[in-house]
Design a protein around this ligand. Structure first.
Ligand code: GLC
Length: 569
């Protein structure tokens, strides 16, 4: 099979293997489970699979705490399984993208263990620093998961930096030996036939200065740091840059657009594209996620349009997405889980998939999977959620109020098991523990509880229904390959100030595409000179079966709840 190497036309399907498919009935998803579902992903039309990490790990952050980059965690399978996965995906024209976590390693990684044993060579792989006084860390920086970003080591009377969990120690990229080890790892996986890489929080690898941040959490000292572009160019040159068939995406935490022109410029020799998250903070208060505020639609549009037009003007490329393993489910977040579940899920997909960029679909998004239906804190497992549940209560919130916030923002919302069918465990694993195979710790249940709405939201039901969200995603993924205007066209924002309408025009070599969506659950009117004249256009997609209301000005002047349509000429 041949691969779609043009990432402008490609769609990436993201898998969180722990929650995708469990082949051996131990309650944890695994690589053989993924292999068993490759035909499903191929039918959807995806060109790449990005899998979150399955390397050896104590799993304190579900694999983002890597203890050995050269081997597979036995909970997920074996090296032979990875090789089979790469080969079987390749048979279907699908490339594997691996998730490389290089800002930090697990404290169980050999490098860190040697450092803790006092080996000076490996101590320099990390940031060990003296505190400002007894019991006072070197700086006041906060961990992204809550608490101080420094952990104390009594043996050395020093602290080491961990921007995430204390068991995720930050690597010191200033040390050239660290950079060479990382390059070796990337080349190792290239040698196995991996076709792409996603680099975890890669814009945090260059730390500017270890100073207190009087009015922030410290991020300004390590976000988009002074040497990050140099490090990425070196990595590119020494590894994936030698193979134009490999695609790369960097996860950019709290970045700026100006930096992304360089990270993802067509000729800057860093990465192919970036994930940025500003559009997913429109239901935060500033950078504060652990609050309940309604999504700010005006801000969402402004941010999306800014990134679309400016990245294009600077010849740089976006990854476009609503969902991943760190975000709540988009239909619960910006759509409607109830009456307009199907319409709103299709509308959200349309808004994203007609943009300029490479779309990423997160497992279950193509089914309209919703947030977890958990009603007690005991059902949540994510370290970030559990930490913030405590922090919120220390700040004075009642347990119930803290729980409400966790229910809305928890990363576990996207990590509930994939809903394959309507059986007890949604087909994620065999329903009866008796049918579990010879796994030594055969569990009766999935590691994280299945959502009860599997009875109607599941792959089997949606494959059978031609009007399903699943089939709508297939169409969108196919359209990007059929119409160059989607892959390559310019983006002109429309209805910028409208309180309900999300709309834009794409143009490419005499072809035009117009996407119109009502982002809200009530009827709306779109009038005025700006409403496009759709004379000569064909309606090629929409989420209401019947034609739009006839209207004197334009067929898109009156929009029903969450109505969307796509027009082409
Ligand atoms: C990224 C990952 C997230 C992880 C963090 C630390 O944000 O997507 O899941 O917890 O990096 O590695």
């Amino acid at each position: 099979m041949t691969f779609t190497t043009d990432f402008h036309k490609a769609t990436v399907y993201q898998i969180y293997p722990k929650s995708f498919a469990d082949s051996n009935g131990d309650g944890l998803g695994d690589l053989r489970g993924v292999i068993g579902k490759l035909d499903y992903i191929a039918d959807l039309g995806a060109d790449y699979i990005w899998s979150t990490p399955f390397f050896v790990s104590p799993q304190n952050d579900n694999g983002y705490d890597v203890a050995d980059y050269y081997d597979v965690d036995p909970a997920y399978g074996t090296m032979a399984d990875v090789e089979e996965l790469i080969a079987e995906a390749g048979e279907r024209g699908i490339g594997l993208m691996f998730d490389m976590v290089f800002n930090h390693v697990s404290t169980e990684h050999e490098w860190f263990r040697k450092a803790m044993a006092g080996d000076p060579y490996y101590k320099q792989f990390f940031y060990f620093r003296k505190g400002k006084g007894p019991g006072v860390p070197p700086t006041n920086w906060e961990s992204k998961f809550g608490g101080s970003a420094w952990a104390y080591v009594p043996e050395f009377d020093e602290w080491y930096l961990h921007l995430f969990d204390p068991t995720q120690a930050d690597l010191d990229w200033e040390n050239p030996d660290v950079r060479h080890e990382i390059q070796k790892i990337v080349r190792f996986w290239m040698g196995k036939g991996v076709r792409g890489f996603r680099f975890d929080v890669i814009n945090l690898i260059s730390k500017a200065a270890f100073e207190d941040d009087p009015d922030g959490d410290g991020r300004r000292f390590y976000t988009d740091g002074p040497r990050v572009h140099e490090y990425l160019r070196d990595l590119n040159e020494a590894t994936f840059g030698t193979d134009p068939g490999i695609i790369t995406v960097g996860e950019m935490s709290s970045t700026s657009m100006e930096q992304c022109y360089r990270y993802a410029g067509a000729d800057t020799h860093e990465l192919n594209m970036v994930f940025s998250f500003h559009h997913l903070k429109v239901d935060f208060m500033g950078n504060e996620k652990w609050v309940l505020v309604p999504p700010d639609f005006a801000r969402l549009k402004r941010i999306v349009f800014d990134w679309q037009t400016n990245m294009a003007a600077h010849n740089a490329w976006n990854a476009v997405f609503w969902c991943n393993h760190d975000q709540p489910r988009v239909v619960s977040r910006f759509g409607d889980e109830g009456r307009y579940w199907k319409e709103s899920a299709k509308m959200l997909a349309t808004v994203m998939h007609c943009l300029r960029g490479t779309p990423y679909v997160y497992q279950g998004e193509e089914l309209g999977m919703t947030n977890a239906d958990y009603t007690s804190i005991g059902q949540f497992l994510d370290v970030e959620s559990l930490n913030h549940y405590e922090i919120l209560q220390r700040k004075g919130l009642k347990a119930d109020d803290a729980l409400r916030i966790i229910q809305v923002h928890s990363r576990d919302n996207s990590r509930t098991p994939m809903q394959w069918d309507d059986s007890q465990y949604a087909g994620f694993m065999p329903s009866s523990p008796a049918s579990a195979s010879a796994s030594s710790h055969a569990a009766a249940e999935p590691w994280l509880a299945v959502n009860a709405n599997r009875d109607h939201i599941n792959a089997a039901a949606e494959i059978a229904d031609p009007d399903s969200i699943y089939h709508y995603y297939r169409r969108l993924i196919a359209l990007r390959k059929e119409l160059d205007v989607i892959a390559f066209g310019d983006v002109e924002p429309l209805a910028v100030d409208h309180p309900d309408v999300f709309a834009y025009r794409r143009r490419w070599q005499g072809h035009e595409l117009i996407m119109v969506a009502n982002f809200h659950g009530h009827d709306t009117e779109w009038t005025g000179a700006e409403v496009p004249d759709l004379e000569g256009f064909e309606r090629i997609l929409g989420n209401y079966a019947d034609a739009p209301h006839a209207n004197t000005t334009s067929p898109v002047s009156g929009l029903r709840p969450y109505e969307t349509s796509v027009w082409y000429r």
